[in-house]
Design a protein around this ligand. Sequence first.
Ligand SMILES: Cc1cc2nc3c(=O)[nH]c(=O)nc-3n(C[C@H](O)[C@H](O)[C@H](O)COP(=O)(O)OP(=O)(O)OC[C@H]3O[C@@H](n4cnc5c(N)ncnc54)[C@H](O)[C@@H]3O)c2cc1C
Length: 342
Amino acid sequence: MNEPIKTDALIIGAGPCGLFAVFELGLLDMKAHLVDILDKVGGQCAELYPEKPIYDIPAIPYITGQGLCDALMAQVKPFGPTFHLGEMVETLEKIGEPLFRVTTDQGKVFEAKVVVIAAGGGSFQPKRPPVPGIEAYEGTSVHYAVRKMDVFRDKRLLIVGGGDSALDWTLNLTPIAKRVTLMHRRDQFRAAPDSVNKMRALVAEKKMDFALGQVTGLEGSNGQISAALAKPDKGEPYRIECDVMLPFFGLTMKLGQVANWGVNLDDDLIPVDTAAIASKVHGLLAIGDLQTYPGKLKLILSGFHEAALMAQKAYHYVYPNKRLVFQYTTSSTSLQKKLGVA
Ligand SMILES: Cc1cc2nc3c(=O)[nH]c(=O)nc-3n(C[C@H](O)[C@H](O)[C@H](O)COP(=O)(O)OP(=O)(O)OC[C@H]3O[C@@H](n4cnc5c(N)ncnc54)[C@H](O)[C@@H]3O)c2cc1C
């Protein structure tokens, strides 16, 4: 097992509630590490509606999903959180009173005095295209994310999809790959127009290929693809030789491993005691969309309030022998020093 990373608080999920939890914990002198399966922070706001306006954040009449994430990142900066992005929390085990061991699918191990579950609607997972037998190649020559670009150097890549991920990776990987083919069902894209224009320019310069169609099958053996079979809406089926396929068909949210963490889910939500925002497990706190209590509203503002309550409770776990004095940021010099403004 890898050497554990020790921290006061481990936050599962870097959505808006997980981010604001860093702030509330930081004001009370607790350091946080955050793990998120996405390769960026912001949860639903950044992934599902970055450009949509939100109108019900208190005192901010209008802000986009991405704007809110950027503002939260600026707000938590003084507390220096450590992010572990592109990793999914798999196991959570209680090993002390309270002390938790948490592991991720990338082999990281954390030991945290408190764990804050801010996992929202669950972990974002890539949608699998309906290609027979694709499972046999997943993780070896079919990949749903690009964790290290260099893995694809000098390979023949087939990138499938018409959204921002497909276009962004086409542009980023074309310079290092042996050859990139972008395949999409239609000659119209949901991606940013600038990316589409750049892709078309590369095709015109013969630096990459564009193919109309859908993948209907894969050829290969021992987890290694050698070609993809494809069919356009109109016209004959065809075959593209390739070493790697990267399908980008969007994301879906799955609850994942949470059910195995001893939290007694009720209708896929973690019931908490509102006085403490604590789950049934001592030291295991839950905020945001994934938890529930009578009268719960799944709103960002509710999650922010829950983060403040959570930090008060977490303090007693992290500093069992210290008294917590309630303070306002407007008047407390000690809080202002932590924020770097005094
Ligand atoms: C289209 C749309 C519009 C909305 N508009 C509004 C609005 O106007 N106002 C409002 O208040 N709310 C709105 N919401 C709801 C709001 O986005 C959610 O209430 C909010 O995102 C919940 O925040 P969260 O931090 O609890 O969870 P999320 O935003 O869901 O973030 C949870 C994070 O946890 C990660 N995660 C989960 N499990 C794991 C795991 N095992 N390991 C690692 N990472 C994991 C996920 O990848 C995700 O990034 C809207 C939602 C949608 C979909």
